[in-house]
Design a protein around this ligand. Structure first.
Ligand code: PSV
Ligand code: MN
Length: 388
């Protein structure tokens, strides 16, 4: 029998980190549709993120993306966040939107451009020092479009050298999280295309380097929960960028496309001890709300992640282990499916009520009138966007 007390205790300690960029306008290369009330500054993005935490109770931190969230005083920004009841989390480096990076950033054949990119990564560590952030998230658009365009092996050497420079700059309690992605924007080779490459570099870099699994960054059909189980076992899973995809890196709301996959991932997280805060796994969202309203989109995503986690915690571990020991294939599968098929919404509504939250965060936010308020107030200025 699953211990329900342990399930709710596990849910109480859950924390999901929100991406500041989810609150700005975003789109595809075809069109960005602006929305009324969209933040114009990092401060306004954090204010919107704080709304998500206010109604869900489990989204206490906001990831920044530099330079999208550039401010003069990062310590003041951290103070602003604290005043709103949240804190600044991961710092995401951005070395993919400068004209100099046409042929890559830290793997660029030109040493001057490599130095420029590394300098940005080091500046992001300065931001971490000012905000008190523990994690630097590194994703590189680097790669090539055509066979022969550059030396694949030399690019790996350049990558390793740059990552080691960043590692040496990290202070105590700071980590670098290396994110892989199969393709896009590079279409032939990508310098960190998969978990194996990320893992190999992180192993070489030592204990300050861990891998980030962005759920949208795999070939269709990839068994992501296997990757999660493996990296956790190795102590090399640093965090997630959660989102949903139907085709490629769609960045849709997590749990929207395949809630069963999210459950399977969360089950491996729980199984591997990753749900315990002491494991230090950063559970981040990396999504864009191109056509739906952004704050409710984030609330829905947090709730989807929470539901999948509740189901994962509900798995009867003893029954599962017994069935597995006995080689009871159908029995073991049934244990897992029983948990997945449980309607956890009443349990979560009760938990929220106990915590003084509205049992229905989507409805409560909708009633609050916040969307109308920001649409009325945020006139003038330039709406934030993800800058593509
Ligand atoms: C790249 O596709 C990515 O997943 C990285 O995490 C970037 O930082 C983020 O998206 C930007 O939207
Ligand atoms: Mn990502």
């Amino acid at each position: 029998m699953t211990d329900l007390g342990a399930v709710t205790a596990g849910l109480r300690q859950q924390a999901i980190e929100l991406p500041s960029w989810a609150f700005g306008n975003s789109g595809t290369r075809f069109k960005v549709f602006p929305q009324p009330g969209v933040p114009r500054t990092p401060e306004e993005k954090i204010a919107d993120a704080a709304q998500v935490h206010r109604y869900t109770g489990i989204a206490p931190s906001v990831a920044l993306h530099i330079p999208w969230d550039r401010v003069d005083d990062y310590a003041a920004l951290a103070e602003h966040a604290r005043g709103l009841g949240v804190r600044i989390g991961t710092i995401n480096a951005n070395v993919f939107q400068d004209n100099d990076y046409r042929l890559g950033s830290i793997t660029n054949p030109d040493p001057r451009i490599r130095r420029k990119a590394v300098d940005h990564l080091l500046a992001c560590v300065d931001v971490m020092d000012a905000t008190g952030s523990a994690d630097l998230k590194l994703w590189f658009a680097d790669g090539t479009n055509y066979p022969g365009q550059d030396d694949i092996r030399a690019r790996q050497d350049r990558l390793a050298e740059a990552l080691a420079t960043v590692r040496d700059r990290l202070g105590g309690g700071q980590r670098m999280l290396l994110e892989y992605k199969l393709f896009e924007p590079a279409f032939y080779t990508t310098d960190v295309p998969d978990w194996g490459t990320a893992y190999a570099h992180c192993r070489e870099l030592g204990e300050k380097a861990q891998v980030v699994v962005d759920t949208g960054h795999h070939a269709p059909g990839t068994n992501i929960e296997f990757i999660v189980a493996f990296l956790l076992r190795e102590g090399k899973l640093g965090g997630f960028d959660f989102n949903s995809r139907f085709y490629a890196d769609d960045d849709l709301m997590v749990g929207a496309a395949d809630p069963f996959q999210l459950f399977r991932i969360m089950y491996e997280v729980v199984r591997g001890g990753g749900h315990d805060p002491s494991a230090g796994i950063a559970f981040m969202l990396d999504q864009c709300h191109n056509i739906e309203p952004k704050i409710p989109g984030q609330i829905r995503s947090v709730l989807n992640a929470q539901e999948a986690t509740a189901k994962a915690l509900l798995v009867d571990a003893d029954a599962l282990a017994a069935a597995q020991r006995e080689g009871d294939v159908l029995g073991a599968n049934a244990v897992l499916m029983d948990a997945y098929n449980t309607d956890v919404r009443p349990l979560l509504a009760d938990l929220r009520a106990e915590q003084g939250l509205d049992p229905d965060p989507m409805a409560a936010f909708s009633r609050s009138g916040y969307l109308q308020k920001i649409a009325d107030e945020r006139v003038g200025g330039r709406q934030a966007g993800w800058g593509a």
